[in-house]
Ligand binder design. Structure first.
Ligand code: RB5
Length: 142
């Protein structure tokens, strides 16, 4: 799969870890930055990753900041983006099966690397259930 990834300085380290993990899993990773721990503004990177998805260049996105909160707030401003902030595997799976999330948001200062990697794995292996969940997603998509 083609996966766009982005982070601010608070998520830079975890982004590097996840980029390596996703590549090792055989995914094509489109890294939209940031490229260092120098302070930057998370909405700029949410914008880049959302753009990749909305333009059809990536199927899914991963956004990382200190808490994941700012990234999820910013990403969910874009029509067609369904960003899910997850701190456990169950929420990650449900965000795909029930909410058809197309962006996973993670907090580098909240999660250990091993847990974050597991969350990403579970999230990418789950698929949308459709049916009544499609109706519900449609209700907030217009
Ligand atoms: C940066 O210090 C921090 O505010 C940011 O990474 C994120 O946690 C915002 O929601």
């Amino acid at each position: 799969m083609k996966i766009a990834i982005g982070a601010d300085h608070g998520g830079f380290e975890l982004k590097q870890t996840l980029t390596a993990k996703l590549s090792a899993m055989g995914h094509e990773v489109i890294d939209m930055g940031t490229d260092s721990a120098t302070s930057v503004d998370y909405p700029d990177f949410a914008d880049q990753v959302c753009g990749q998805i909305l333009d059809g260049r990536a199927q899914f996105g991963v956004l990382v900041c200190g808490t994941g909160i700012g990234m999820s707030m910013a990403a969910n401003k874009y029509r067609g983006i369904r960003a899910a902030l997850c701190d456990n595997e169950y929420s990650a799976r449900m965000s795909r099966e029930h909410n058809n999330a197309n962006i996973l948001c993670l907090g580098d200062r909240v999660l250990g690397k091993g847990l974050a990697e597991n969350i990403v794995e579970v999230w990418l292996s789950a698929s949308f259930d459709g049916g009544r969940h499609q109706r519900r997603v449609d209700k907030f998509s217009d």
